[in-house]
Design a binder for this molecule. Structure first.
Ligand code: M6R
Length: 362
C-alpha cells in the first residue's frame, strides 16, 4: 500500500509530479493566457472586489501566504491571510466586496469551518480550496475549487501544499484576467511556470541523495532556522513546521531580514540555516542575511536557482527555472530534509506524537 516506500510521507513527497499534473490537468491554456477552474462569480462581483481574505491553519495557512502575494500581483486586489482561529470579519470592510477563501486539505478543520461561518454570517462571499470531495467546507461555501492531489495519509501535509499553491495561483490568474487587470502576455510566464512544475519537482526528487546526505550531516544540530524573502517566507515557515512536526527538533522559520532583529542571538555553529535563494525570493538580499549567520559559525544550506551560484554555501541544492513557482519547487527539498532527519532518528513519521491528520476541535 505504501508502494515500496517505508512511509506514506515519502511516498506522497514522491507523488508530487503526478499530483501536480492532476491539479493543472485541463485547467491551463498557456497560449491564450487563460485558466479554467470551472467557477463563476455573480456578474459584477469581481469588478467590484476590494479584498481577498484567505483563512487557513498550519500548512494550508502557509499555502495561503504564498498565494496572497500572487493574488496581489496578479489580480490587483488586496489580499490578506488570517490564521483561521483568529479570524473575525472586521469593521470597515464591505462584505459584498470581499471574497473569503478557506484553504483546507481535509475540508473538516474546525477552526477553518468556524472562520467560514463567521464570514458567511457577515455576508461575505466564501470560496473553498480543498482536496476532499463532499467535505463539510464544500457544503458551507458559495464556490469550491478542488486541488485534486489524491488522498494524503501522512499527518504531515506535503503534496497537498504544492497542489494548494498551484490551485490558488490559477485562481489568482483567473480573477486577474476576468477583472481585466492582466493581459495574456502578463500571465504567460506564470502559466508556463505552472505547466513546468511537475517536471521541475521531478528534478528535485532525483537529487534526493544530496538532501539525505545533508540531513545526516546536520540532523543532530541543536536547532534549525529557515529563512527567505517574499515568496520564500511562507516556504521557510512551512519548512520549519515540517521539520518540527515529524522530527521533534526545534525549528523556526522567518523572513531573512528579521534575523538581525533578534534571532541572530540564537545562531551558533550548532544551528544550521536553510535558505530559499530562488527567483521570487530576492535571493541576493537573502544571501546577505545568510552570510551574517555564517559569520557566527552557522552552516548554510541553500536552495538556489539553477545557473546561480553562491560559493560560500555548505550545501547548494539546485532549483529548476520555473519563475515564481521556484520557492514551491524548493519546498520539496525541505520536505525531503525533514523526512530524512526524522527518519535517521527513527521517529513515527506518518503519525507524529500529539497530532491528528484532521483537527476537528476548535
Ligand atoms: O486539513 P487542513 O488543511 O485544514 O489542515 C490544516 C492543518 O491542520 C495542517 O495543514 C497541519 O498543519 C499539517 N499537519 C501540517 O503538516
Amino acid at each position: 500500500e505504501k508502494g515500496g516506500y517505508d512511509h506514506y510521507m515519502r511516498k506522497e513527497i514522491h507523488e508530487q509530479p503526478e499530483s501536480l499534473r492532476q491539479t493543472i490537468a485541463g485547467r491551463l491554456d498557456v497560449d491564450r493566457g487563460e485558466v479554467d477552474l470551472d467557477v463563476s462569480f455573480p456578474p459584477g462581483f469581481l469588478a467590484d472586489l476590494e479584498e481577498i481574505q484567505i483563512v487557513a491553519c498550519g500548512t494550508s495557512n502557509y499555502a495561503g501566504q504564498y498565494a496572497a502575494r500572487l493574488f496581489e500581483e496578479l489580480s490587483g486586489v488586496r489580499a490578506t491571510v488570517d490564521i483561521a482561529s483568529e479570524y473575525e470579519f472586521g469593521a470597515g470592510r464591505s462584505p459584498d466586496r470581499t471574497l473569503v477563501v478557506a484553504v483546507t486539505q481535509s475540508g473538516e478543520t474546525a477552526d477553518t469551518l468556524g472562520a467560514v461561518r463567521r464570514a458567511n454570517a457577515a455576508g461575505a462571499r466564501t470560496f473553498a480550496v480543498t482536496n476532499t470531495l463532499g467535505s463539510t467546507v464544500t457544503r458551507e461555501v458559495d464556490d469550491t475549487a478542488f486541488i485534486r492531489a489524491g488522498p494524503e495519509i501522512g499527518v504531515a501535509a506535503t503534496k497537498t501544499f504544492a497542489s494548494q499553491v498551484a490551485t490558488l495561483a490559477m485562481l489568482a490568474v483567473s480573477i486577474g484576467r476576468e477583472r481585466g487587470a492582466l493581459a495574456a502576455a502578463d500571465v504567460r510566464p506564470v502559466l508556463e511556470g505552472l505547466r513546468d512544475l511537475p517536471g521541475a519537482v521531478q528534478q528535485v526528487l532525483d537529487n534526493e541523495n544530496r538532501v539525505r546526505e545533508a540531513a545526516t550531516e546536520y540532523g543532530d544540530s541543536e536547532a534549525f532556522f529557515f529563512v527567505g524573502r517574499k515568496l520564500g517566507v511562507p516556504v521557510a515557515l512551512e519548512g520549519a513546521l515540517k521539520l518540527k512536526e515529524i522530527s521533534y527538533d526545534h525549528a523556526e522559520g522567518f523572513a531573512a531580514g528579521e534575523l538581525k532583529h533578534g534571532p541572530l542571538a540564537l545562531v551558533t555553529p550548532d544551528t544550521p540555516v536553510l535558505a530559499l535563494l530562488t527567483e521570487g525570493g530576492r535571493a541576493d538580499e537573502t544571501m546577505n542575511n545568510v552570510t551574517e549567520a555564517q559569520t557566527r559559525g552557522a552552516p548554510a544550506i541553500g536552495c538556489v536557482s539553477a545557473g546561480d551560484e553562491y560559493g560560500t554555501l555548505d550545501v547548494s541544492l539546485p532549483v529548476p527555472d520555473v519563475g515564481v513557482a521556484e520557492p514551491l519547487v524548493a519546498n520539496v527539498y525541505l520536505q525531503l530534509f525533514a523526512y530524512h532527519v526524522a527518519n535517521d532518528k527513527g521517529r513515527s513519521i506518518d503519525k507524529p506524537r500529539n497530532l491528528a491528520k484532521s483537527v476537528t476541535v476548535e
